[in-house]
Write a protein that binds this ligand. Sequence first.
Ligand SMILES: Cc1cc2nc3c(=O)[nH]c(=O)nc-3n(C[C@H](O)[C@H](O)[C@H](O)COP(=O)(O)O)c2cc1C
Length: 113
Amino acid sequence: MRIPISTDEPLPQPDGPFVLVCPTYADGEGRGAVPKQVIHFLNDPVRREHLVGVIGTGNRNFGATYALSGRIIAEKCKVPLLYTFELAGTSTDVTRVRTGLETLGRELCSTTP
Ligand SMILES: Cc1cc2nc3c(=O)[nH]c(=O)nc-3n(C[C@H](O)[C@H](O)[C@H](O)COP(=O)(O)O)c2cc1C
């Protein structure tokens, strides 16, 4: 599911556990790191209840604010920051994320009553 860029479009409503992958678009000081649409998406308690982890993305050229959105969401929503990657990620990142999500999915299935 994708959170749409346009605020006119409806937001997705996951009906089970999900991991949020979030880019970072901050100013030089780290303000605005979490996109407004994502804040809006997470303002819903049911969505937050289903959130099991976050993956932050960004660009290491931004230094201290690298992938900051992931760290902010992890802290605010009390979920683990599962991974971070730059831009669209390398093929290694893609493999790690796919494998990690599959493992997490299996673990959730085996622990959910
Ligand atoms: C205006 C702007 C601000 C950005 N600020 C940050 C930042 O603070 N930290 C960071 O890690 N990346 C920053 N980035 C880089 C983006 O997070 C990076 O390009 C990411 O790949 C964007 O995701 P997308 O490719 O899905 O659009 C910024 C990019 C733009 C255009």
